[in-house]
Design a protein around this ligand. Sequence first.
Ligand code: EPZ
Length: 430
Amino acid sequence: MDRILIRGGRPLHGTLPISGAKNAALPLMIASLLTEDELTLANVPRLSDVTNLGRILGNHGVDVTIAGKRTGDDDLVGQTVRLNARSIVDTTAPYELVSTMRASFWVIAPLVARMGRARVSLPGGCAIGTRPVDLLLMALERLGARIEIDAGYAVIDAPKGLKGAEIDFPKVTVGGTHVALMAAALADGTTVIRNAACEPEVTDLADCLVKMGARIRGQGTATIEVDGGARLKGAHHTVVADRIEAGTYAMCVAMTGGDVMLAGARPELLQSALDVLGQAGAAITVTNEGIRVARNGHGIQPVTVTTDPFPGFPTDLQAQLMGLMTRASGTSRITETIFENRFMHVQELARLGAHIHLDGQTATIEGVPVLKGAPVMATDLRASVSLVIAALAAQGETAVNRVYHLDRGFERLETKLAACGADIERIKGS
Ligand code: EPZ
């Protein structure tokens, strides 16, 4: 298994390109199931989650083609993926495939909307919490689907098709909103989604569905209306920039000091995190090229932050902020409100010398002047990268194990950081 070795203490300088968002690319790929025509997605990140979802869609009959490289292509520029679901040959998503990636459960929406039935394995729990799918199923039931749970599968049908309805989510759910949008696009009549997720990745999906011929209003707000029923067609769409990747590298720079341009980053999708980084002492400048992050001389200031749905501080940056705050000159408090078990990084950060105390959903972090390198590993993607952030400032060498977590969501992390001066390398496992 691969490992990443980091020898800390080097400031970061240069330009770091931001990839397309994993959490937009995945639902966009799934949306290809809604049409017989070809969906072309540009700026798709090169990630193992993308490859795995391609396999899962292939099992349903989707032809997935990844465009080859052309002369002059930059290795760090996203790839173009063509998806053609002309004929869906299988409406079952088996446990072996869904259990590798939770988001693949979302295929249930286009499958039932287009084919009138589906059998999709329930995804089960994961490292960051129980993560149920009750609200996703509730949304589909509101649209007229019948659902039974049988031997670990959600068995769903809608023999007469789906009908537009009011869907009122009792809590904000990104996956629930994705599912509701895709199903409503093919349902007869108008659907109103209330308490919808406003995350930029949801807006990106809605914008792509509009290009495919769907009539959608209000994306990016808490109330989305969909006039469904039209046949959807093929489209060309460019995946939105990854705000979590941008926020992560911004925290790397805040940690090490230096001056880096996050090229292609979209500041308006990241305002809450940029505000927090400003409070922590980083200098943030927005330019036409992206976001410039610098920290020179002064130490890291402690912050108090609570995660919230967009536009609040994202749960997907919580672990990274904690990594940064391990070196603050004072006491920080971070409260996690989205997932009940998203503190798996705390024990591993402690191995590097961090002082963190957990009380329920709140972590209190006493900043320390020195972290020391150690072998570490984490159980999920964002937790793993929080260890990278801490390691970049730690004395000596840190070995981050279980790199496959990082490869799920960060496109060539070690290449991007090394190009900015970090002492980081991947050691290939046997
Ligand atoms: C998406 O997960 C993201 N995944 C997550 O990113 C992200 O952390 C999360 O949204 C919140 O922003 C992808 O986009 C692939 P939710 P999702 O439904 O859709 C509860 C990463 O690291 N809930 O918004 O699964 C749920 O348990 C990942 O890239 C129910 O109770 O998240 C949670 O407490 C991790 N019932 C809250 O809602 C349901 O039916 C929000 O979850 C669904 C969700």
